[in-house]
Design a protein around this ligand. Structure first.
Ligand SMILES: Cc1cc2nc3c(=O)[nH]c(=O)nc-3n(C[C@H](O)[C@H](O)[C@H](O)COP(=O)(O)OP(=O)(O)OC[C@H]3O[C@@H](n4cnc5c(N)ncnc54)[C@H](O)[C@@H]3O)c2cc1C
Length: 296
């Protein structure tokens, strides 16, 4: 196996795109996929994201004014990874509606509950795209024979796009994809049927293991496991830690939580991505072979 050499993707200029939301598909109790028609075949790389300005939605104007008053700064665009792969006609994003718990959260979430509502169908939506380095190198089949996907919750979104692009388009056929997907309960699993179908259709190329932290897997089968992934267990899934490429996406301690921790002196509770860092370190995976995307 050769050392990783990045074959740079052709950079595309960021553009503001006008679209119409042509379909809204509910994935779980709190997650929906929105399909946007931009009027042309979109050009991006699997794993990239778009940004949406909440200010374009008049329904949010009072909430924005109030939050800006409290926060003392302008509300920013929010980033959303695409769950669609480049060959698909529509750009899709999959949004989890964040909740508000006054014990942990300073403000209620702004954009995600609005996007993850049925109100979006048929609406015009402007977004900025396409960007992000959470992509597979064009020649990754020459760098590795295994990609390990470590995902939690809505962190499945860009990895689902990467998988679709590789498997359905039969790219890099010598590369095997191993996915560990962590959720609290069965009801939180996004794309359960779609992932299962890919595991069924590509048994030589795709292994999927679900980890549940609060539910028992019950009779769901051998590929469902109770508990968080440990370094020892993940090691048993990896053929060669010196050549594996790791793509990890999920929640990490946010800058707001770090800031609050500094003020209170109470250390923030590690989240999924802090656990991933430990696992990758314990496995001895080279930094050049590890890509991560952190959702707040
Ligand atoms: C590259 C990237 C890709 C992403 N892809 C996805 C995806 O595919 N799907 C998905 O669902 N999400 C994704 N996200 C997360 C998404 O961008 C939003 O962060 C998420 O939807 C929450 O947005 P919101 O407007 O609902 O909540 P926000 O209003 O942003 O609030 C979120 C939390 O931050 C806290 N907070 C906000 N501002 C402050 C402040 N000033 N001080 C203290 N606390 C504050 C709030 O209390 C709340 O708990 C992605 C993020 C990134 C960076």
């Amino acid at each position: 196996m050769t050392e990783p050499v990045t074959v740079a993707k052709k950079p595309r200029p960021l553009r503001k795109l006008e679209s119409r939301c042509v379909d809204v598909v509910r994935n779980t109790h709190d997650t929906v996929t929105l399909h946007f028609d931009t009027g042309a075949q979109p050009e991006y790389d699997a794993g990239q994201f778009i940004s949406i300005d909440p200010r374009q939605f008049p329904e949010l104007s009072r909430q924005i004014a109030f939050l800006e008053h409290l926060k003392g700064k302008r509300e920013q665009h929010r980033a959303y990874s695409m769950s669609s792969a480049p060959a698909e006609r529509y750009v899709a994003i999959t949004v989890k509606a964040e909740t508000f718990d006054p014990k942990h959260d300073k403000y209620p979430p702004l954009l995600s509950p609005f996007l993850a509502s049925d109100a979006m169908k048929g609406r015009k939506v402007a977004f900025v795209g396409y960007t992000g380095a959470y992509t597979l190198d064009d020649d990754h089949g020459e760098q590795t024979s295994q990609v390990l996907h470590l995902c939690a919750g809505s962190g499945i979104v860009p990895n689902y796009a990467l998988l679709k692009d590789e498997l359905l388009n039969r790219k890099n056929p010598s590369v095997k994809h191993t996915m560990v997907y962590v959720n609290k309960t069965v009801g939180d699993v996004i794309f359960e049927a779609e992932l299962q179908q890919m595991a069924h259709d590509f048994p030589e190329r795709f292994d999927l293991v679900h980890c549940l932290t609060r539910d028992e897997p019950g009779e769901r089968g051998a590929w469902w496991r109770k508990g968080r992934p440990t370094a020892e267990w993940v090691r048993s899934l990896v053929k060669d830690p010196t050549t594996v490429q790791v793509f990890a996406c999920g929640a990490a301690i946010t800058k707001h939580q770090r800031h609050a921790a500094e003020e209170t002196g109470i250390a923030p509770t590690p989240r999924f991505m802090e656990g991933v860092e430990e696992i990758v370190h314990a496995l001895g995976v080279d930094k050049a072979r590890f890509k991560s995307e952190e959702f707040g």
